[in-house]
Write a protein that binds this ligand. Sequence first.
Ligand SMILES: C[S@@+](CC[C@H](N)C(=O)[O-])C[C@H]1O[C@@H](n2cnc3c(N)ncnc32)[C@H](O)[C@@H]1O
Length: 333
Amino acid sequence: MPVHIENLKGVAFLAYPETLAFLKAELKQRFGLGDNARFNCYGDIVCLEDIEGIFSSPDPEKIAPQELPYWARTTLLKPFILHFDSIGEAAGALKGIQRNWAPYQYQSFRRASLIQDKLPYINLKPRKFPVEIPQSPIGVYTLIDDKTILASAVTSSFIPAGRIEFVEDHENPPSRAYLKIQESLTMARLLFGAELPGPESRCFEAGACPGGWTWVLVNLGSKVYAVDRAELAPSLMADPLVTFQAHDAFTLKPEDIGKCDWVFSDVICYPERLLEWIKVWLDSGLTKNMICTIKMQGEIDYEVVKQFAAIPDSRVVHLNYNKHELTWIHCER
Ligand SMILES: C[S@@+](CC[C@H](N)C(=O)[O-])C[C@H]1O[C@@H](n2cnc3c(N)ncnc32)[C@H](O)[C@@H]1O
């Protein structure tokens, strides 16, 4: 059979392997798809054919990013099935649609890598922070068998297959949480055009111990006012860029801290408590940029998450380096 394309109805969401169950639960709870909803899945891709009444527009390309599931790393907005015989045919057909394609594979790995070799080069390697992600459209494809691809040229993320990995430093950071702030700052830059904290910046960090986030911020040259009940790693306690206060971060008033270019929180607390604290900071007018981890306990209350997402100039995302948590990013321009 010659190369043949079949457009699919609806959209398809790609989850991280560890969070596929959360994505499915979100589709049921947040989008009201009902306990009996069954999804057509290919690895970590969940296809949703009937999107009528679920989003504000029946045209997937017009769906606002915040309407899409938080637990999807990217969404295939115009999914299609490509039937082909040879690797050359598959690559040729994808190239004929657009330049950039990222693979997501859960099977047929060898065949998929032969197809990727024939496609124009894109950087799929771990990145060194800080990194700027180009805002070029990037498609996603996956082999669902040796002669069939599920793909979409239009996706909701500029990051290849919606997953960014960083080159890791196994010696210097005091915790692995440094990867989470590297990713969230990269997202703030990508989503809002935010300037990263730098030598002129003053940052406030709530729940900073042992100091992974503070370590990233001082490495960017920023001054950090770090608050936690426990001290940071000794190297950070001795760093002239760091001011540490042992305190409950939520009972400190923004007016006591003063103007900050960025405010961060990685505190483990109820989302409702975090939301209250965020509003106090935003009402104070003393910061325009905030990044906070929303820690989830048990079943997720999407009504509360919606309130984070509804704050103007904000996005709620699930990061590659998030665990059972979401990240709220706010940048006023
Ligand atoms: C997940 S850890 C933070 C890790 C840190 N971001 C890093 O990069 O190393 C959460 C921290 O929040 C602190 N914490 C919890 N409640 C707090 C509060 N009310 N005020 C200040 N710190 C708090 C805990 O002591 C803990 O060190």
